[in-house]
Ligand binder design. Structure first.
Ligand SMILES: Nc1ncnc2c1ncn2[C@@H]1O[C@H](COP(=O)(O)OP(=O)(O)OP(=O)(O)O)[C@@H](O)[C@H]1O
Ligand SMILES: [Mg+2]
Length: 248
């Protein structure tokens, strides 16, 4: 579904990603680990085509189409979506209206559907009448992001730290919803979607049933392997030692 080849990316004249290669097949979920500031969010923003992330070298192929220089809206139309680490506050736009527009259905059916989606995330209806992310707590911002992704239901979904700042009970809820969104409850042969999830915590991992994990260091993929082993290795030994042992 997604092929990234030799990708080098600059932000504000500074090289952040270097010769990065990544392949995600349809039906797969990959997890991306790495220390703060190594370039994880930069990779996701570049895949989405966010302005300011300049591809200096390499290419991004999505569903066999070269999207390296396509604008974000075209990429989204092709079927990708993202739950942001730090989404913007949008004054004057109600969360419920945002979700309705994203669902893109007839007015009569849509109100019920928005409420049903919000219920799945334990989001109260008065929350839907607030401006998107304005004054939301850390955990509420994450739920608002997941709610919008649920409505959009894209084929390829990137989650940038969906669990950060989320309490234990809600991590379980968010983990289950992400797992459903990414077809994890279906048999492998019936999975059509794919995902790339950035996380710093092990607790969401048990819900993701990821296929592969990667460790990014200084804008490069330093090692890849089985999610359970990589997670255990990082928790026990830290990023650098994990990468060292990967190479040996
Ligand atoms: N607009 C910008 N101007 C200058 N430097 C930037 C800009 N955006 C990102 N960077 C730098 O690029 C590097 C990678 O940032 P990025 O947000 O991708 O890291 P990350 O791996 O997602 O970190 P975290 O785990 O803390 O979220 C950081 O050093 C950051 O300061
Ligand atoms: Mg980040």
């Amino acid at each position: 579904m997604l092929q990234i080849k030799d990708l080098t990316v600059e932000v504000n004249g500074k090289e952040i990603l270097r010769d990065l290669t990544l392949n995600i097949e349809s039906g797969e979920v990959h997890v991306l680990f790495g220390p703060n500031g190594c370039g994880k969010t930069t990779l996701l923003m570049t895949i989405l085509g966010y302005p300011g992330y300049k591809v200096k070298k390499g290419c991004i192929i999505f569903k066999e189409i070269d999207i390296t220089h396509l604008p974000t809206n075209e990429r989204v139309k092709l079927g990708m979506g993202m739950s942001f680490q730090h989404p913007p506050e949008i004054r004057g736009v109600k969360l419920g209206d945002m979700v309705k527009i994203t669902l893109g259905k007839e007015k009569r059916e849509v109100d019920k559907e928005v409420i049903a989606l919000a219920r799945r995330l334990n989001i109260s209806t008065d929350f839907l009448s607030r401006d998107v992310n304005l004054g939301f707590s850390g955990g509420e911002v994450k739920k608002s992001e997941i709610l919008q992704i649920l409505a959009q239901s894209p084929e390829f979904i990137m989650f940038d730290e969906p669990d950060s700042g989320v309490d234990i009970e809600n991590i379980e809820l968010i983990g289950k919803i992400i797992s459903e969104l990414l077809d994890r409850n279906k048999m492998p042969s019936k999975r059509d979607r794919a995902g790339l999830v950035i996380t710093h915590s092990g607790s969401i991992m048990q819900h993701l049933k990821a296929d592969r994990a990667h460790v990014m260091i200084d804008g490069q993929m330093a090692c890849s392997g089985m999610p359970y082993e990589i997670t255990k290795n990082i928790m026990k030994n830290g990023f650098e030692k994990c990468v060292e042992s990967c190479k040996n």
